[in-house]
Design a protein around this ligand. Structure first.
Ligand code: NAI
Ligand code: MG
Length: 487
């Protein structure tokens, strides 16, 4: 497949290619064009032209029409899209189906917000001085450079593209080199619904080439990135060169606090979901489990049994709960961290390839008991099906352990004492806190982290603001001279 630039499918300038791999079979499934600096330059220029020549001046309701058409288009191909996501990323089919449904929902939601934007436009603001009238405008930020990861390929594309288009910005989207296929389908959809040329450009390619070129391009007004902290650092540095507006959604090492009074079966369900869905390759995965001493022995026994029961296999296979990790690189990274972890903590289960799956990046659900709080497995994002558990005595101790992290994306707390749960929720330094659950995500609710987990919030109306500039227009309405020079 080729690059989607200025409404056309074009070959890369230097003919660079790469393959996308099915992580369940380790076989290539598609050969793709890899964009480099010159291709990114063409895409940014196309996005600039589209912005200047019309998209930036369209009304919110016009844009809403396109967003709804895109949602309809994805809906019409939802089955094929989910299957494509499974092949490219490895996740179990039911999870890919959720992703596709959420992506569709995201386009519909931002269609609504685009319409509301028309109503919010030019609203008066009382500045407390009758000689002046002031009104507020919300104007699109311009060209958005959007760099997304491989864990939710289509959904991350939707989280970036839908609010940007709703705001009236134009997009240059760089999907991950590990999972570019579903994002390219967005280009197909854009073509089918007649989205004006250049409004959405898609440039698959490698991070150090296409990604870096996009981050450094002077024609980009805003950068939006989801991925690792080290890459986030590079993107922030690139943005600093010409003061680009940025939003970053980086990783996490989110805590899940379970108090003695929690329901064991409910706790097991949410803890497992919180770390093993999407093979643990989730920025908000609740990978640090904090369990109060009284409940710990029973909970741990149930948890280990449940982890051993998880059905592992190719994502398209009926009943599979855990697919392969996304790539050989990610598999080796996670296995390396597990090997290190064995030296500082007790391995309760997993840590190996399942015996019945000799091919594919498959890994058993893994649980470590009582790692050293200075160890890598306790402190760093693993991004695999690896849970680390520690015991605590008091609420204060649990909060201190939970907050002792450079990350602050998400956290969960489980207790039947809702006053305590609320107290703990308020004390957690994280952008997302779940009470008596873990992971449910809503398009309406803000998504993003504190500390090194990022800058800004996606989703909800916060996600739209990422792509809007706020302008005040202030008019002097008095007949009196101002009186600074002319008395
Ligand atoms: P990454 O952060 O390097 O990749 C994410 C995106 O950034 C990809 O599209 C990649 O091509 C691009 N990129 C890479 N280097 C770039 C550069 N210099 N300039 C511009 N763009 C660049 O993540 P990677 O290497 O795939 O995964 C490594 C670790 O990152 C994972 O183990 C996990 O801990 C974390 N991660 C976190 C994610 C999240 O959702 N917060 C998503 C993916 C990875
Ligand atoms: Mg792939």
């Amino acid at each position: 497949m080729t690059l989607f630039i200025d409404g056309r499918w074009v070959a890369p300038k230097h003919g660079n290619q790469f393959s996308s791999i099915d992580p369940a079979t380790e076989q290539g499934i598609a050969d793709l064009a890899a964009a480099d600096e010159e291709d990114v330059d063409l895409a940014v220029n196309a996005a600039r032209k589209a912005f200047d020549q019309g998209w930036g001046q369209t009304s919110g309701s016009e844009r809403a029409g396109f967003l709804e058409a895109l949602a309809d288009e994805l809906e019409a191909h939802r089955k094929a899209l989910a299957a494509l996501e499974v092949r490219d990323n490895g996740k179990p089919l039911p999870e890919a189906e959720w992703d596709v449904a959420d992506a569709i929902g995201c386009f519909r939601y931002y269609a609504e917000l685009a319409r509301e934007l028309d109503e919010r436009q030019d609203q008066p603001l009382d500045v407390g001085d009758a000689r002046f009238s002031c009104h507020i405008r919300h104007e699109p930020v311009g060209v958005a450079g959007q760099i997304i990861p491989w864990n939710y390929p289509l959904l991350m594309a939707a989280w970036k593209v839908a609010p940007a288009l709703a705001a009236g910005a134009t997009c240059v989207l760089k999907p991950s080199e590990l999972t570019p296929l579903s994002a390219l389908e967005l280009g197909v959809a854009a073509e089918r619904v007649g989205l004006p040329r250049g409004v959405l450009n898609i440039v698959p390619g490698f991070g150090g080439e296409a990604g870096q070129a996009l981050a450094l391009h002077p024609g980009v007004d805003k950068l939006a990135f989801t991925g690792s902290v080290p890459t986030g650092t590079r993107i922030m540095a690139a943005a600093a060169v010409d003061i680009k507006n940025i939003s970053l959604e980086l990783g996490g090492k989110s805590a899940f606090i379970v108090f003695d009074d929690a329901d064991i079966e409910a706790a097991v369900e949410w803890i497992m979901f919180g770390i093993f869905w999407n093979q643990g390759q989730v920025c908000s995965a609740t990978s640090r489990l904090l369990v109060q001493e009284g409940i710990a022995p029973r909970l741990l026994e149930r948890l280990v049994d449940a982890a051993r029961d998880i059905r592992i296999g190719p994502g398209m296979e009926e009943g599979v709960q855990l697919g392969p990790l996304v790539s050989a690189g990610q598999y080796q990274k996670v296995m390396g961290v597990i090997a290190q972890g064995k030296q500082t903590a007790k391995l309760l289960t997993g840590g190996v390839r399942p015996a019945h799956l000799p091919i594919g990046y498959f890994m058993e659900p893994t649980i470590f008991d009582e790692p050293d709080i200075r160890s890598t497995i306790w402190r760093e994002e693993i991004f695999g099906p690896v849970l680390c558990m520690k015991r605590f005595k008091t609420e204060a101790e649990a909060l201190a352990l939970a907050n002792d992290s450079r990350y602050g994306l998400a956290a969960a707390v489980m207790s039947t004492d809702l006053e305590r749960a609320a107290r703990v929720a308020n004390g957690l330094r994280a952008g997302i806190v779940w009470v008596n659950c873990s992971q449910p995500t809503f398009t309406q609710a803000p998504w993003g982290g504190m500390k090194q987990s990022g800058i800004g919030r996606e989703l909800g109306h916060w996600g739209l603001e990422n792509y809007l500039e706020v302008k005040q227009v202030t008019q002097y309405c008095s007949d009196e001279p101002w009186g600074w020079y002319q008395k």
